[in-house]
Design a protein around this ligand. Structure first.
Ligand SMILES: NC(=O)C1=CN([C@@H]2O[C@H](COP(=O)(O)OP(=O)(O)OC[C@H]3O[C@@H](n4cnc5c(N)ncnc54)[C@H](O)[C@@H]3O)[C@@H](O)[C@H]2O)C=CC1
Ligand SMILES: CC(=O)C(=O)O
Ligand SMILES: [Mg+2]
Length: 603
């Protein structure tokens, strides 16, 4: 407990780098107890006496004023005690207990909540984001205490244009939307998937400095095909099968029209939609609204940055990327998104057309290697299907182990959602890889759905590998003082910067060039020295700095394309005149940082 409090105090000081010296006032339209019950404004015992007088709070709180620093230390002490008291209990029980204590703070005092989150992001991201958020979604109906975000259901058809005005904030900058149909690797969780937009937006606030008063998590409840949930008496969503076809699309259309009619400058992130709707909605909206699909586009950029890192880890120039044999396991929204972006990168590097560069990529789904012989092939996967003559010795539907043994790939990348499919035999086969430093990316979430554990990867594939996983694993002790470094290949390195850069640019659409700029920025963030230590991504603890760089790269790409219309007082001309460094500085300065602002009441 003592140790945690010490760490907390020092990180508290470190984080002040971001704070403004004198926080500006904040206008509040309520008084008295209503303020104490509003987590956006509540300071708990931290209200100074003068403010208590001004806002009608005198007598509603114990008399002593506790400083922000003291409140912070007190929370961290409680958290430390909880860690101590739950030692030895099952992981799931401990994680949910940690989530509960953080969630209670979130519900009560957002300023303090986001401050502890920012300062301790490496420790808390696994609780508010993957993997614990998966467990929270699975148990959401039982855990539910207070609503957060908005719920639009199939029963709200025709009402959304007015419903959107029920949201209390005047301005919304960032929306994360899900229909709950593919939550991490856990499948259809219906309305319970709301935990994902909430967790993603927590990362937006912590990593990109979005003002929490201007973010909105949204659940589009069109039913669920999860029989267990339909039969669960506590289930909080619509008890009906999912809408399909035009009926489904008309609900999403109505929601998008409603959002952009109230907040024309908002950015919308689509998250955890099942594959058919992920691609369809991206195509349908990306030229009409300012939106992107994180699973397809954010993941692709993070994976590409990691793949370029593996080329550097082999001591080869980036141009050697075109010679890497890459096996992608999982032909869903994430796997296909990665392939599309990687192929664009190779064709840019080689100046070759995309038809020939596809040769180095191999794609498997639940039925094995995808070749042109595949019956009823999904149209989105068809461009990556192999000609049998190009995979001599392999057959349509060849198993993963057959493919790895035959091809000796440089990279094995899993986005299948299936825990443990990189089994001992597959990992041992990677020892014969043609690479001097084979790479294993077990990117599926949450932890139990990872294609392999970090320990198994180093044990079976050898100590010489580079390893990355979607959810965090601890570094692996290889003995003799050696450490197998674990990277977290998760789209959280990019989506906050994509959202922030887009917002500040004022662009009406998110283009491939903006996304590519984000990926290239992340790829170049890591130094050669770090790469030599097996690091492909920077530490999560520096996520605000990374996001500032990524956001600036996205913003500059929008400016270069002539799409930037500016944001607030900063117009297109000012953006155009900013140097690269000035853009990073501008993005950093635009980040909200949690401090108690003086509250001023206005009727
Ligand atoms: N690390 C990260 O940043 C991200 C990770 N993900 C993870 O990727 C996973 C997949 O996501 P989506 O592509 O959206 O799902 P999806 O449902 O669209 O696709 C899953 C794919 O895996 C294939 N598959 C299933 N069983 C298989 C098996 N035994 N062998 C080979 N392939 C198999 C399916 O045929 C399908 O093509 C999820 O677990 C998700 O959490 C997704 C986005 C980002
Ligand atoms: C990280 C993420 O977006 C996913 O697993 O779906
Ligand atoms: Mg996702």
């Amino acid at each position: 407990m003592w140790k945690l409090a010490r760490v907390a105090a020092s990180s508290f000081r470190r984080s002040r780098w971001f704070s403004t010296a004198i926080p500006g006032p904040c206008i509040v339209h309520k008084r008295g107890a209503d303020i104490l019950h509003d987590p956006w404004f509540n300071k708990d015992t931290g209200f100074p006496l003068t403010e208590r007088d001004r806002l009608g709070l005198r007598g509603l709180l114990p008399p002593r004023v506790i400083s922000f620093e003291q409140q912070y230390a007190r929370f961290m002490e409680s958290y430390g005690s909880l860690e101590k008291n739950t030692q030895g209990q099952p992981d799931g029980v401990v994680s949910l207990a940690k989530w509960r204590i953080l969630n209670r703070l979130h519900d009560r005092n957002e300023t303090l909540y986001y401050r502890v989150l920012i300062d301790n992001i490496e420790d808390f991201a696994p609780i508010i984001y993957t993997p614990t958020v998966g467990l929270v979604c699975q148990n959401y109906s039982g855990l539910f205490r207070r609503p957060r975000g908005m719920y639009f259901s199939a029963k709200d058809k025709g009402e959304m244009m007015s419903m959107i005005y029920n949201w209390p904030a005047q301005q919304v900058d960032m929306i994360v939307l899900t229909d709950g149909s593919r939550i991490l690797g856990l499948g259809d969780l219906g309305v319970q998937g709301i935990g994902i937009p909430i967790g993603k937006l927590d990362m937006y606030v912590a990593a990109a400095g979005f003002n929490p008063q201007r973010v909105l998590p949204v659940m589009l409840d069109v039913g669920t095909n999860n029989q267990k949930l339909l039969e669960d008496r506590l289930y909080l969503g619509l008890r009906q099968p999912r809408l399909e076809g035009e009926e489904y699309l008309s609900i999403v259309d109505e929601f998008m029209e409603a959002v952009f009619s109230r907040w024309p400058k908002a950015v919308v992130q689509f998250e955890d939609f099942q594959m058919k709707w992920a691609f369809e909605t991206l195509q349908r909206y990306r030229k009409r609204f300012c939106m992107f699909n994180d699973d397809i586009q954010g993941t692709a950029g993070v994976a590409l940055a990691g793949l370029l890192g593996t080329v550097r880890a082999q001591g080869r120039p980036l141009s050697d990327f075109v010679n890497q044999k890459i096996v992608v396991v999982g032909a869903g929204s994430a796997g296909l998104g990665v392939l599309n972006m990687a192929i664009q990168a190779v064709s840019r590097m080689s100046g070759d057309n995309e038809g020939t560069v596809k040769n180095q990529f191999f794609l498997l789904d639940k039925d094995g290697l995808i070749t042109k012989e595949r019956r009823n092939i999904d149209p989105a996967a068809a461009p990556f299907a192999k000609d049998l003559k190009d995979v001599e010795g392999l057959r349509e539907g060849a198993s993963l182990v057959e493919v790895v043994k035959k091809l000796k790939p440089h990279v094995l990348l899993g986005l299948s959602g299936v825990g443990g499919i990189f089994n001992e035999e597959v990992l041992k086969a990677m020892r014969e890889s043609d690479s001097t430093k084979p790479a294993i990316f077990a990117m599926s979430n949450p932890t139990m759905n990872a294609e392999c554990t970090a320990a198994d990867a180093f044990k079976h594939a050898g100590e010489n590998i580079v390893f990355a996983s979607g959810s965090p694993f601890k570094n692996v002790d290889l003995g003799n003082g050696k450490v197998g470094h674990v990277n977290q290949a998760n789209n959280m390195y990019l989506f906050p910067g994509i959202g922030l850069g887009t917002l500040l640019s004022g662009a009406r659409f998110i283009t491939d060039e903006m996304l590519q700029a984000a990926a290239e920025c992340l790829a170049s963030y890591i130094t050669d020295e770090e790469i030599q230590k097996g690091k492909l991504y920077p530490s999560v603890s520096s996520i605000r700095c990374i996001t500032a760089e990524v956001g600036a790269a996205v913003l500059r790409a929008a400016v270069a394309e002539g799409l930037a219309e500016g944001h607030g007082d900063v117009g297109p001309r000012e953006l155009n005149n900013m140097s690269k460094e000035e853009t990073v500085e501008y993005v950093s300065r635009s980040m909200w940082f949690p401090v108690y602002s003086p509250l001023v009441h206005e009727k």
